[in-house]
Design a protein around this ligand. Sequence first.
Ligand code: ADP
Length: 605
Amino acid sequence: MLRWRSGGNAYLVLMALVLASAAAGLVLSWVSFGLEFDKYAYDFLFRLEQPKSWQPGSIILAIDERTLSRYGGMTHVRAALADGLEKIRGANPAAVAVDMILAEPGASEAEDRGLEAAFAATPRLVLACYLLGDKTWEVPIERFRRHAFALGHVHADFDKYDAVSRDIPLEVAAGRERHWALALETFRAVRGGTIVESPDDLMLGSIRIPSSMRDQRVMRIRYLPVPIPTVTVAELDTHPELAARFQGKAVFAGVTAQAAGDRWLTPYSNTILMPGIEMNANEYETLAQQQFLVDVSPVAVVAVCIALAIAAGLIYAFLEGRAANYAALALALISQVVPAAAFSQRVVWPWLPGTAAVLLAIAMSAGWRHLIVRRELADAGQEKNRYQRAMQFVTHEMRTPLTAIQGSSELISRYGSMPEVKRQQMADLINSESKRLARMIETFLSVERLSAGEMELKREKFPLAQVVESCAQRARPLAERKNIELEIAAIPANDLTGDRELMEYAVYNLLTNAVKYSPPATTIRVFGENDDRGGVHLSIEDQGIGMDKKEVSRIFEKFYRTRRAEQSGEMGTGIGLSIVEQIVREHGGTIHVESEPGKGSRFTL
Ligand code: ADP
């Protein structure tokens, strides 16, 4: 496990970072800045994932500039409309929707009478109504309204910022009066039946129109990639045979002349505006073709954001260098594929949250990785330093016995006539010094073997008190040299099971450390007790230089020595405790240290 220098777990830090990234991505997508991005992404996907063109079920009866000039301008638009309706009647359209607010009498009674007659002769006629700013409905005057199959509102839902029309509210209500959209009423006129409402959708016969009550029953418009067929009234005049194209179609009649100003942007249009009447026809196509685009559930968005962010964290936790970066790139691509794949299934997936979450999480995780690597390098450097110092010490220590051995052996060979007593002394010295060397080497090898797991533990029974006693005997001369009192209190009479030699090594090490790191004229106490779970505790307590918490957390590292220990002038390698800890661990025990700088330390096994 990687650990932060402060002691916290580095993986927990990483986890917190990626979850924060996911949260930030989600929050970003709720603020208006994020919503803007999502709209552009929506338009992009809208163009990218164009549906196959279908045979439109609608047609536009347009009153364009030429028609208006033929009839004498907007003032006589009702005459033009009446003529148009007359001309297509023979083709027997499926329904006729008129996108014109006829809330007042027109320019002349004659024209109104003509239009009324045309309406009367048009079955399944849907007229437009509009909710004014003061929350009152503008509806056709009675003489027109009474011929209508239904009234449909012609509200469009333009984006506040970019004026693009992406959806419409299927329902607009004010006071006790409410109306369905013109396109929906036209669809109902064509299909027959009634609209049945539920919180999440509308049913017309067997057709389910997803449109949640929470969102004003908004429906996204799936614009036909090609223009809706259009025939103008003026064209019908010169080419009456064009009337046949209205056969069985849902007809949307209205003014398309630029001067009418009823033109809007769609996700397809760059700058070319679409007449309002064509938007109505497109709404109709969306309904008739059931080309519904539904929003993904927020729960899924949250889940995917979190999953993407965690994936970014995992990449940097387990991969390194270039591999991590390639994987991160792949993840970023996946986050882009998700909205596109969803859109192809007609599910609108917001682009920003996943993208922001993934990019943030990648940046955070890469930063985290960078710090970790830097720290590992620093640690490795430190370890190397410590190792070198230890090696210097070891070689220095080895020189002493080696010099003695060398000198003695030289003397023996040079002076053949050396007195027997002297020769014996030299031989003993060589013997004891080479034993010391062997012990030294043995110790260093045992560290390596123990940490490599190559050392086999013996399993024998031996009394704890005996171990303590023999260690104390060996350590006493050292203690006496520093005028330190070694006090052995009552040691429990338990037998231990394990490797006696190693156990002795551990206890002896703790004892000699206590002596090494205590000033003269102090006391070292050794005491033990049984705990209630059948275990034995053995404590070695000194009144020495002590350590602070940070130091205590590191003394079991190989080659680590505290600054105070280095300054004490006592020689050491920083290896002993790492062996002690291994030994205790191999025996299934633990080692616990309490210490205070300047006061002393207590090591408990
Ligand atoms: P060495 O004694 O050879 O330096 P150890 O592994 O035995 O190595 O101990 C590691 C370090 O822990 C010591 O260098 C010292 O800083 C600290 N230490 C160990 N025992 C004590 C103690 N009784 N009092 C204070 N510091 C201690």
